[in-house]
Design a protein around this ligand. Structure first.
Ligand code: MD6
Ligand code: FE
Length: 220
């Protein structure tokens, strides 16, 4: 069941494309909790620049929390319930955050979102994310909920083919993007981050993506 929304509705939801919604400032009132949480996760599972399967270091630094964490190295892209740096479980996901993600999903018409994984991205000026699809999850009927904090970034949101011309929109501190349905496998990326200073995050942009990774049956 998905809501039919018009671009620019005044309840703070903007429809980007079918299945993809931008909830302006939806996470703003939880900014302090998010920052405390990012610092506590990264003190256990530090931000690191992972290697792509092709052997290139990503410009975005990453860590995870929840039952499963998204990782990449020369063996490929995948989810794992262990942090390869420590060989221990990822820090757990606080209930408050999964419930914020569930509320954002519900507001966008996805009523049964149950995230068990959260990838945390840290961008410094110059870092970018090339166009990609999020397709390492098992269940594409579940959306992804993405929370942006700190410096603003230009979000590229394309179609189901890499060559589809992307729509460009700014993601600001506190903005939440929910996407699923017809857009679940859309190509997307982040333009090179511009220099700046944010009172809460300093010289960084953070992005948290809540996912349902369903790796429970793969536990070693
Ligand atoms: C970012 N976001 O905003 C990168 N993926 O830094 C993503 O790659 C992303 O925002 C899937 C769904 C929402 C997203
Ligand atoms: Fe993505």
């Amino acid at each position: 069941m998905q809501r039919d929304l018009f671009e620019g509705t005044d309840d703070g939801i903007l429809k980007l494309k079918d299945g993809a919604y931008l909830l302006k400032a939806f996470a703003l009132s939880s900014e302090q909790e998010f920052m405390r949480f990012i610092h506590s996760v990264s003190s256990e599972a530090p931000f690191r620049h992972m290697l792509t399967p092709g052997g290139r270091e990503m410009s975005v630094a990453m860590t995870n929390c929840g039952l499963a964490g998204w990782i990449t190295d020369k063996r490929g892209y995948r989810y794992d319930h262990l942090d390869p740096l420590s060989n221990t479980a990822w820090p757990s996901m606080p209930l408050g955050f999964s419930s914020l993600a569930e509320k954002a999903a519900k507001k966008s018409g996805f009523s049964s979102f149950t995230p068990n994984s959260c990838l945390i991205n840290r961008y410094e000026p110059g870092a970018k994310m090339a166009l990609h699809q999020d397709k390492d999850e098992d269940d594409f009927s579940q959306p992804i909920v993405s929370v942006s904090l700190g410096l603003p970034a230009k979000f590229l949101f394309g179609g189901l083919k890499r060559s589809d011309k992307p729509l460009r929109t700014q993601l600001a501190h506190g903005d939440v993007v929910v996407w699923g349905g017809a857009s679940r496998l859309a190509y997307h990326g982040i333009d090179k981050l511009k220099e700046g200073h944010h009172e809460l995050t300093g010289a960084y942009r953070y992005n948290l993506t809540f996912r349902s990774a369903k790796i429970i049956e793969n536990l070693k």
